[in-house]
Design a protein around this ligand. Structure first.
Ligand code: ADP
Ligand code: ADP
Ligand code: ADP
Length: 214
């Protein structure tokens, strides 16, 4: 299956993607995680990406599309993938379609995670992630680690993302509304969009998503 997850920052895309990818046995591809890995490895791409991410703006399409394409061409993505955070504007969606068309492939579904803005802000404010593995995601009140600041899974240090500051979040939400939301109409026109109410427990949202894909 080839699936795209859309939703505002903090909607729970990464959290859901981890469970869905496991259930569906397809790789979870997050462009945000790929950029953060480049930042921690101090690559040229990481340096470039950081200058945009810190402001809450989108990293330019050219490098983002090339990075996503490269990842989707890895052998483990041959039979499907779950995209999280890509595409994030209409040009990226068009580039993805073009890439899939060339290979005679198409998307199966676009899951749109719907969460009210006040909840999204609470989710982001409390988000803590592990230095060792960005798939280890916690929340100070919704999913508190057993020991403060320490990852339950691997013992790594938990930290708050630089771009999860209040000011940057405001920009990211605006960027979401102006640049990312239009891809929902783009995919509606292809009949691919399923809206998932994403309030409630993590496992309830996963169950709704699995049902939508069945
Ligand atoms: P996104 O990838 O969309 O930015 P995340 O998956 O990182 O979102 O989730 C943002 C924060 O909200 C994290 O701290 C996560 O633990 C928490 N979270 C995710 N899903 C839920 C949920 N259903 N209920 C409460 N908190 C959640
Ligand atoms: P979230 O969903 O929590 O907002 P991500 O981890 O998906 O966060 O993205 C963090 C930042 O990485 C974005 O604000 C943006 O700067 C950059 N980024 C991630 N994916 C893309 C993309 N597809 N196009 C451009 N920039 C991206
Ligand atoms: P445990 O292994 O401690 O039992 P679970 O993964 O079963 O943890 O989750 C316990 C509770 O935390 C559930 O209600 C679930 O919805 C919620 N939860 C799980 N992962 C996250 C997350 N990343 N963010 C927010 N809440 C979460």
């Amino acid at each position: 299956m080839r699936i795209v997850l859309v939703g505002p920052p903090g909607a729970g895309k990464g959290t859901q993607a981890a469970f869905l990818a496991k259930n569906l046995a397809i790789p979870h591809i997050s462009t945000g995680d790929l950029f953060r890995a480049n930042i921690s490895q101090q690559t040229e791409l990481g340096k470039l990406a950081k200058s945009y991410m810190d402001k809450g703006e989108l990293v330019p399409d050219e490098v983002t599309i090339a990075m996503a394409k490269d990842r989707m061409e890895q052998p483990d993505a041959e039979n499907g993938f779950l995209l999280d955070g890509f595409p994030r504007n209409v040009s990226q969606a068009e580039a993805l379609d073009e890439m899939l068309n060339t290979e005679g492939m198409k998307l199966d579904a676009v899951l749109d995670l719907e969460v009210p803005e006040d909840e999204v802000v609470k989710r982001i404010a409390g988000r803590r992630i592990c230095r060792n593995d960005s798939a280890h995601v916690f929340h100070v009140s919704y999913k508190a680690p057993k020991q403060e600041g320490v990852c339950d899974v691997c013992g790594g240090e938990l930290y708050q993302r630089d771009d999860d500051s209040e000011e940057t979040v405001r920009t990211r939400l605006e960027v979401y509304h102006t640049q990312t939301e239009p891809i929902i109409d783009y995919y509606m026109a292809q009949g691919l969009v399923v809206t998932i109410p994403a309030l409630g427990k993590v496992e309830e949202v996963t169950a709704r998503s699995m049902e939508a894909l069945a």
